[in-house]
Design a protein around this ligand. Structure first.
Ligand SMILES: Cc1cc2nc3c(=O)[nH]c(=O)nc-3n(C[C@H](O)[C@H](O)[C@H](O)COP(=O)(O)OP(=O)(O)OC[C@H]3O[C@@H](n4cnc5c(N)ncnc54)[C@H](O)[C@@H]3O)c2cc1C
Length: 460
């Protein structure tokens, strides 16, 4: 059957930027749409799922049932796009806490010192955050979303040099294939994006990819949170390193709840029966999480997730690419989730897109890919560098890697006492500074001093 053609939205003036389409209304797609809204007369977001009530889960983002940390850099980018977003979420009983004071971090055998930093972290469930971003986005007069809409592929000019729209099925209407035209299609359909198949079908090479297999397994359960539990922390991160493959994260969420996620590398996955879940928590390097959940009221059953590999696609290395099409978010790079980077990277990528759109469309894709490649270097180095500490993880290791790993253990030890070391680490973990800054003599000197002090203390 010939697909029917949906009319493009009304055009006002000929800027060449009439209509932009975004595939996927998860965090990446919503933020890409927000950046596009400043530059296109009309932006349409196409989502396969039906949007649930605020705070409810949906099928297309199963990861939302697991701990989702929002880094301070990501929150700032969200605020730049949607001023007042954090306050709106706090009014919906989300929690704002100091990024250093209200956090228990046990890394590589040491508790980081806690102190008031003045930087705030937002603790909110992933579905609630997504719902509020969607609400704010769709309040913009030139943005619309079509839910229950499955994108099947892209359309292109006869010479395939330009993507001209998408083929889609609006399930609410039936199973008839339609075409929606656009000047730009942004593919934010996630790790499972078919974008590369579409590019190949148009005669383009697919980008080189790097994959680092980690075979990490999650199990997550929600508990009731009572005030003052967990030493007034809103976030607990308990992790060590090889040979220990286990870690745990506990994050406050709105409505006095904890999202507890236990995880294990390289097949050492946590069980999903309640007794096994608790027993796994007891085997973590410290008992901070176990001590809370042992007595807390569970509000859900433990649910599993598997994450086989971090994957980065190097679009910036391509020499030939069609105009009118950009992959975005997890479709470009998805990281081992334990570092809590994906949403914040998507927010920073949306800032990059906005900057790229501030110039004319010439070489938009290559400018965007170059800037995103630069942006991704930091989170990719953090995630992969840390994962490669496990000898079983296959990947390229520099000859100085053992020395760096040794130094980082010492750095965490110094972080027990020295706020400056904690700050330096926090800046890197929240993507504000390159991992290289941790080797700067200013930091290294403090690491040395910190290790001349008393031996590791067991409690913060
Ligand atoms: C277990 C787990 C834990 C994580 N924890 C964290 C964390 O702590 N912090 C953090 O920042 N990030 C975390 N992430 C990553 C984070 O969820 C993603 O980086 C973030 O959602 C941005 O991804 P995205 O929007 O690019 O893609 P996705 O979130 O995968 O969304 C893709 C969207 O596209 C839609 N879609 C797909 N195909 C089509 C189609 N053909 N037509 C129409 N719509 C389509 C889907 O329904 C979905 O809505 C975690 C990920 C996992 C797997």
């Amino acid at each position: 059957m010939q697909p029917s053609t949906l009319s493009t939205p009304t055009l006002h003036q000929d800027t060449g930027r009439h209509h932009a389409l975004v595939i996927g209304a998860s965090i990446g797609g919503l933020l890409a749409a927000r950046a596009l809204a400043d530059h296109y007369q009309q932006v349409t977001v196409l989502e396969r799922d039906i949007f649930p009530a605020a705070g409810e889960h949906r099928k297309g983002v199963p990861q939302a049932r697991h701990a989702h940390a929002l880094l301070p850099s990501g929150r700032e980018a969200l605020e730049a796009f949607f001023p007042g977003l954090s306050e709106e979420l706090v009014a919906q009983r989300a929690v704002l806490g100091d990024s250093m004071q209200n956090v228990v971090r046990f890394i590589s055998g040491s508790y980081h010192r806690r102190f008031r930093s003045g930087t705030q972290t937002l603790y909110v469930s992933r579905p609630r955050l997504e719902a509020q971003i969607r609400l704010r986005l769709l309040a913009l007069p030139n943005v619309q979303a079509i839910e229950n809409c499955n994108v099947l592929g892209v359309t292109a000019t006869p010479d395939n040099s330009q993507v001209t729209g998408v083929r889609l099925v609006r399930r609410s209407v039936g199973d008839t294939e339609e075409v929606m035209q656009a000047d730009l299609v942004v593919d934010a359909s996630g790790r499972g994006s078919h974008g590369q198949d579409w590019l190949q079908a148009l005669g383009y090479a697919i980008p080189e990819a790097e994959q680092v297999k980690i075979d990490i397994g999650y199990a997550s359960r929600v508990y009731e949170r009572t005030a003052g539990e967990a030493q007034d922390a809103y976030s607990l991160l308990i992790t060590t390193g090889p040979p220990n493959r286990r870690l745990g994260v506990m994050l406050a969420m709105e409505d006095n709840r904890w999202q507890v996620t236990l995880a294990g590398y390289l097949g050492d996955h946590p069980p999903t029966d309640p007794a096994g879940f608790l027993a796994f928590a007891k085997t973590l390097p410290t008992l901070d999480i176990y001590n809370v959940i042992r007595d807390a009221k569970p509000l859900s059953e433990p649910l599993p997730a598997k994450y086989p590999a971090s994957t980065r696609h190097y679009y910036e290395r391509l020499t030939r690419f069609p105009t009118g099409y950009l992959p975005f978010g997890d479709a470009i790079c998805s990281f081992n989730p334990i570092y809590g980077q994906g949403m914040s990277v998507a927010a920073l990528e949306a800032m990059v897109l906005r900057q790229c759109l501030a110039q004319e469309d010439q070489a938009l894709a290559s400018r965007f890919f170059a800037a995103v490649g630069h942006l991704l270097d930091i989170p990719w180095t953090i995630a992969v560098g840390n994962d490669l500490r496990f000898p079983e993880v296959v990947g390229k290791r520099s000859p100085v890697k053992p020395l760096i790993d040794w130094y980082l253990v010492k750095l965490h030890r110094a972080a027990q006492h020295d706020p400056a070391v904690v700050q330096a680490f926090g800046k890197v973990a929240s993507l504000r500074a390159s991992p290289k800054t941790l080797l700067h003599p200013r930091v290294a000197w403090r690491v040395l001093l910190g290790n001349l002090r008393s031996p590791a203390r067991p409690r913060p």
